[in-house]
Design a binder for this molecule. Structure first.
Ligand SMILES: [Zn+2]
Ligand SMILES: [Zn+2]
Length: 202
C-alpha cells in the first residue's frame, strides 16, 4: 500500500463544501491515473494527529518561511515517502482550502496579487481560495511537479498545447480541467508529473 503523497485540509469550509473538496480530489486522483499522466498519486485528508503541528506552521506570515515550516511539519507528523533513490526522500505535500476572506488567503494575495485563485509555494504547500474545481486541480498539479504554462506579465502561452490553441489546465485562467475523462494538460507537464511520481515506490 503506497502512502498518500498529497494531503488536503479544509481550513474554514462548511460540511457540504468539505465533501465536494474530497470528491474533487478523488476525481483528480482518477484522472492522473489514466493517460496522459498515467501514474498513481494517492490524495488523503490530513490526519487529525497532524493538524496541530501543521496549523502552527501555517501561522507563519512570510510565504517562504511558512512553506519551510509546513515542509518540516509534514515530514515530522506524517513521515517522508520512500523513493527509488536511497539518498533522497519525498516530503508529503499539503493543499489547504480556505475562503478568500481568510487571513491565509490574504497573505498570499498581498504577496502575489496575480494569484487570484490560489498559490503554491516551494512545491510543498498550496493554498486555494477559489470554489472552482479547476483552480484546485491546477494548484495540486503544481504540488506534483507541474509548472505554469504562462509567462508574466502578459500571461502569454508557454506550452505546445496553448501555442496550438489546445486546452491546458496549467494556463493562467482556470479552464475546464477534464474533457471526456481525460485531464487537459500539455505533454511537457504530463512528463514533469511523471518524473515526480516515478520516485514514489511505496
Ligand atoms: Zn500556477
Ligand atoms: Zn501546458
Amino acid at each position: 500500500m503506497v502512502k498518500p503523497f498529497v494531503y488536503y485540509y479544509p481550513l474554514d469550509l462548511a460540511e457540504p463544501e468539505q465533501g465536494r473538496l474530497h470528491a474533487s480530489l478523488k476525481r483528480l486522483e482518477r484522472l492522473v491515473a489514466v493517460p496522459p499522466v498515467e501514474r498513481h498519486c494517492s490524495i488523503a485528508r490530513l490526519p487529525r494527529s497532524a493538524e496541530k503541528g501543521v496549523l502552527a506552521a501555517l501561522q507563519e506570515t512570510d510565504l517562504d518561511i511558512r512553506s519551510m515550516r509546513v515542509a518540516e511539519a509534514m515530514a515530522r507528523e506524517i513521515g517522508t515517502l520512500a523513493t527509488s533513490d536511497a539518498n533522497t526522500s519525498l516530503i508529503p505535500r499539503l493543499v489547504v482550502r480556505c475562503s478568500r476572506g481568510h487571513p491565509l488567503a490574504k497573505t498570499c494575495l498581498a504577496a502575489y496579487p496575480h494569484a487570484c485563485w490560489g498559490l503554491t509555494s516551494c512545491k510543498v504547500l498550496a493554498v486555494v481560495y477559489d470554489d472552482r474545481e479547476v483552480a484546485l486541480w491546477h494548484e495540486v498539479l503544481h504540488l506534483v511537479g507541474a509548472e505554469d504554462c504562462y509567462e508574466l506579465p502578459d500571461r502569454g502561452p508557454k506550452c505546445s498545447h496553448l501555442r496550438r490553441h489546445l486546452p491546458c489546465i496549467m494556463q493562467y485562467e482556470p479552464i475546464e480541467g477534464e474533457v471526456g475523462g481525460k485531464l487537459q494538460i500539455c505533454p511537457e507537464n504530463a512528463e514533469r508529473i511523471q518524473r515526480v511520481l516515478n520516485q514514489i515506490t511505496g
